[in-house]
Design a binder for this molecule. Structure first.
Ligand code: NAD
Length: 509
């Protein structure tokens, strides 16, 4: 594994400043918390978190804006999102710079994240003319039954550091065309990209004549998120992050009968069957396991390999892991950037210590890199670990690039191992046997929200609904009919006859 040179914190600060200035985003410097870069581990700017009064103002303004926005025709709401998409295209490079500086993503993945935002805007603009309700056959003569979809109200979006902009756009583009207003509490680890996105949306609103308060940004840590979680004026909390966070947020929102959409941790696996195309599998596995330095919710964390091909596959993966370039995500040749923080590295090392004690054998990686050049950063070699059993550490999500390799003899056993974890986000099978693929996709197969064939677990497109089961929280975002989570339905019975007939043959008067 090779390492590439790092930029200095001053370079990164200047580059972030240029991107923010080009976008027109202002950084009101303060002292509450800092924008930091995982590339060097050092602080970029001091920032001010939203106070309770600022949060109160945002909620009140968002409620007021909702009153007009909910009756603005949906295709006109789509015009705001179309303009946002155009601005995202125009500032793609600046936004990608901020994603790299704050989240540490390599260039192509940072650009991919912005492309995903553009894609969801395109999707949402189309959706703005397709918020369909159904007409239902009535049992009564001269009656019509209809299903109508209405906006919900204020949507609170709480997002994680690892998709610091895309998750916001999945929620916001769809919520806005659905007629909701949005208050965004981004990760405290990625405030700069949030300021940039908020500015572009404000510009889009100004240009199309929409109320600026259809979107508000609240910077700060979990306390600011909790403010939204507990406020009954926030109709829906869409929260993306760890299962720990979801366990706190879900019951609190439910206690006030609010709605929540939870997108939580994953512990994603791929089954590699004896008939798999191994060239394709190796490529798919390495991207899914080591890409984004193992910090995607859909990162491949468990590989369940048929015993007959396990040694061959492991040998090929060990060779591929040995060649991964690690270092500055701004270098074109780098494939693995930094972990978000030294704390993430500690968590990773703790998991490795535990898995060793449980019989795991490290096959490749695990060494820290660039500690001399950037002592406050956390660069690490992605790790491959052979395990005999799915022990407790394997069943947890460790948000770092560790891939556990297990073996199986029968497909039934592989599927049982696959599903025997608390999480249920993404999954895949590498096979050329159609029967096996179909079993994996069937009701008796993968129990995840995402199930793939001959492709890794990560890298979803926006056209499909995204989300997972069990400890992943059950939410669905982005494509398909995920928009329904941002609206409420009403069933209408319309009597156009001159008789009052009661359902179920009931007679009265
Ligand atoms: P995190 O849970 O630490 O924080 C996520 C967000 O929740 C942050 O904005 C944080 O301030 C806020 N928060 C935390 N506790 C809160 C509380 N009690 N009330 C209100 N807000 C609270 O997660 P992270 O480290 O930023 O992100 C990594 C995690 O996110 C991983 O577990 C990953 O799998 C998950 N994730 C899931 C998806 C998905 O779509 N399923 C997508 C991205 C990330």
């Amino acid at each position: 594994m090779t390492s590439t040179a790092l930029p200095t914190t001053d370079d990164l600060r200047a580059r972030a400043r240029t991107a923010l200035d080009t976008i027109g985003a202002e950084v009101a410097e303060g002292g509450d918390f800092s924008a930091r870069t995982p590339l060097t581990g050092e602080n970029l700017f001091g920032l001010t978190a939203a106070t309770d009064a600022v949060a109160e103002d945002a909620i009140a303004a968002s409620r007021t804006a909702f009153r007009t926005w909910r009756t603005t025709p949906a295709p006109r709401r789509g015009e705001l999102v179309r303009r946002l998409g155009e601005l995202l295209r125009e500032h793609k490079n600046d936004l990608a710079d901020l994603v790299t500086i704050e989240a540490g993503k390599i260039r192509s993945e940072a650009l991919g994240e912005i492309q995903e935002m553009i894609d969801i805007c395109d999707f949402a603009v189309g959706l703005s003319r397709q918020l369909y309700g159904r007409t239902i056959a009535s049992e009564r003569p001269g009656h019509r039954l209809a299903e109508t979809w209405h906006p919900l109200g204020v949507v609170g979006v709480i997002s994680a550091f690892n998709f610091p902009a895309a998750v916001w756009s999945w929620n916001t583009a769809v919520a806005l065309v659905c007629g909701d207003t949005v208050i965004w509490k981004p990760s405290e680890l990625t405030p700069l990209i949030s300021l940039a996105c908020d500015r572009l949306l404000a510009r889009a609103a100004e240009e199309v004549g929409a109320d600026r308060d259809v979107h508000r940004l609240l910077l700060g840590d979990r306390a600011v998120g909790e403010r939204l979680v507990d406020d009954p004026r926030v109709a829906l909390i869409s929260a993306t992050g760890s299962t720990r966070m979801g366990r706190e947020v879900g019951p609190r929102v439910a206690a006030r009968f609010g709605r929540s959409l939870l997108e939580l941790g994953g512990n994603n696996a791929a089954i590699v069957a004896p008939s798999a195309d191994l060239d394709l599998a190796v490529q798919g596995i390495v991207f899914a396991a080591a890409g984004t330095a193992g910090q995607r919710c859909t990162t491949l964390r468990r590989l369940i390999v048929h015993r007959d091909i396990a040694d061959t596959l492991v040998e090929r993966l060990t060779a591929a892991y040995g060649k991964l370039p690690i270092g500055s995500p701004f270098e074109d040749t780098t494939l693995v950037g930094p972990l978000i923080s030294p704390a993430a590295l500690d968590t990773m090392n703790d998991a490795l210590t535990r898995v060793r004690a449980q019989g795991g054998k490290i096959l490749a990686g695990g060494n820290r890199r660039l500690a001399g050049a950037a002592p406050a950063a956390a660069y690490v070699e992605p790790v491959l670990v052979r395990v005999d059993a799915q022990t407790d550490v394997v069943r947890e999500e460790t948000f770092a690039p560790i891939l556990y390799v297990l073996t199986y003899d029968t497909l039934e056993e592989a599927i049982a191992l696959h599903n025997d974890v608390p999480q249920g986000l993404s999954s895949s099978i590498f096979t050329r046997d159609q029967r096996e693929a179909e079993i994996f996709l069937s009701a008796a197969g993968s129990d995840c929200g995402i199930a793939n064939v001959n492709i890794g677990t990560s890298g979803a497109e926006i056209g499909g609904a995204f989300g997972g089961e069990k400890d992943t929280g059950g939410g669905r975002e982005s494509g398909s009919d995920a928009w329904k989570a941002y609206m409420r339905s009403a069933t209408n019975t319309i009597n156009y006859s001159s008789e009052l007939s009661l359902a179920q043959g009931v007679s009265f008067l």
